[in-house]
Design a protein around this ligand. Structure first.
Ligand code: PLP
Length: 417
């Protein structure tokens, strides 16, 4: 048997080196060094990503797939080459299974409108979970309104873990799709997606995984998972905003009608008939985010060079350290304590609104998210209007956790706790 290689937990010097790749950390916030703990909302960008966008505009800017001139060729090669690297990053079988979209939200809407809507009949079911981001709720509500299908919601327990037994029972004859998040943005819960996909496939139900909070934090292998669709956003994985990916198995994409019409998604057009382009281009109408796609591939190369396991191990260490320390703070309640968790720490303080906590932390240079995290049903499930969320990335350090704790002590002083 092949020995399992131990995952290297990086030392402080290594993390400091990674951190120095991100120019934003030279910024001062209200006179303090930046402590960026809002990675669930968006990550910071390494110089390699920023340079890739600049480089594209300085040396290759032209439209793709259209020109006979040198610059158009450079742009097309870089854009399509990026697709191949992105496919390799998530271990897709073919580059054609990578559809460029604006982000996770657009990817899910595309599947909802182009894959599920044409199939769904009144009374059919769409299965999601109680921990979904609005992006994985509202597009399905649209489909329900449009077709008469019904939204079914798998419950979660008090720790924020999915009720897997209920899930198995809820996969039914009329389930048209399962759409589940890989990692909850509000709770940090990591769902057992491989087992869940297997259970759905046993009943011939396709599965979409919302990978927005996963790709930058844990290894993702779409072929090992065997998911039918996997959606993620570039900006949460050290890439630019405005670009994301829908991975879909080629046969699913072939079966889907195009979603938006326009240039590039066609092979030929007459007023009588339009013949669509091949996959994935039939889903990419109009001029795409060329520099974004190129820079996204650079971001994923950056993650790959460090290694997703190494990043995950580093972030798990920070989560454990921060969780222990936060538990010791009086009047503080953690929201999301599942055993399998990514490095997201949501909490509330008795009698203090999350926005007030966030505003005070900001005065000390500590950036967190405060609010419902676009997951209002999760807030309702835990009976809170909002939480404060600290979410970690590869460049965070124990010193960042200590800065958070110090700033939390000021919050408590202000509120007399
Ligand atoms: N899904 C999850 C789990 C998320 O955390 C987010 C963003 O926070 C989204 C979907 C939506 O991502 P985007 O706004 O990049 O489309």
């Amino acid at each position: 048997m092949k020995p399992i290689e131990p995952v290297m937990i990086p030392d402080d010097e290594t993390v400091a080196r990674w951190r120095s790749d991100f120019p934003i950390f030279r910024e001062l916030i209200h006179g303090n060094p930046l402590v960026y703990l809002d990675n669930g909302a968006t990550t910071q960008k390494p110089s390699a990503v920023i340079d890739a966008q600049r480089d594209y505009y300085e040396h290759a800017n032209a439209n793709v797939h259209r020109g006979v001139h040198e610059l158009s060729q450079r742009a097309t090669d870089a854009y399509e080459g990026a697709r191949e690297r992105i496919a390799r990053f998530i271990n897709a079988a073919r580059a054609e299974e990578i559809v460029y979209v604006r982000g996770t939200t657009e990817a899910i809407n595309l599947v909802a409108q182009s894959y599920v809507r044409p199939l769904a009949k009144p009374g059919d079911e769409i299965l999601i979970s109680a921990m979904e981001h609005h992006s994985n709720i509202v597009p399905w509500q649209f489909v329900c309104e449009q077709t008469g299908a019904v939204l079914k919601v798998v419950p979660i327990d008090d720790s924020g873990a999915l009720d897997v037994d209920a899930y198995r029972q809820m996969i039914a004859e009329r389930t048209r799709i399962v759409a589940i998040t890989h990692v909850s943005n509000a709770l940090g819960t990591i769902n057992p997606v491989a087992r869940m996909i297997e259970a759905a496939h046993a009943r011939d139900v396709p599965v979409l995984i919302d990978g927005a909070q996963a790709v930058a934090h844990l290894p993702v292998d779409v072929r090992a998972l065997d998911c039918d669709f996997y959606a993620f956003s570039g900006h949460k994985a050290y890439g630019p905003t405005g670009i994301g990916v829908l991975y879909a198995k080629a046969d699913r994409l072939e079966a889907m009608p195009p979603w938006q019409g326009g240039g590039d998604m066609i092979r030929s057009v007459t007023f009588d008939k339009t013949i669509y382009n091949a996959i994935p281009w039939k889903f990419e109408a109009g001029t795409p985010d060329i520099s974004g796609a190129i820079a996204l591939a650079v971001a994923l190369d950056y993650v790959n060079a460090i290694g997703s396991e190494t990043i995950g191990a580093h972030e798990a260490g920070l989560l454990a350290y921060a969780t222990d320390a936060m538990r010791a703070i009086p009047h503080l309640r953690l929201i999301g304590t599942a055993t399998e968790k990514a490095a997201i720490l949501s909490f509330v303080l008795d009698h203090v609104h999350a926005h007030d906590v966030g505003t005070i932390l900001d005065q000390y240079g500590v950036a967190v998210r405060a609010g419902h995290h676009c997951a209002m049903p999760v807030m309702q499930r835990f009976g809170v209007p909002a939480t404060v969320r600290a979410s970690f990335a590869l460049y965070n350090t124990r010193a960042d956790v200590e800065a958070l704790l110090k700033a939390m002590a000021h919050v408590q002083e202000v509120f007399g706790q």
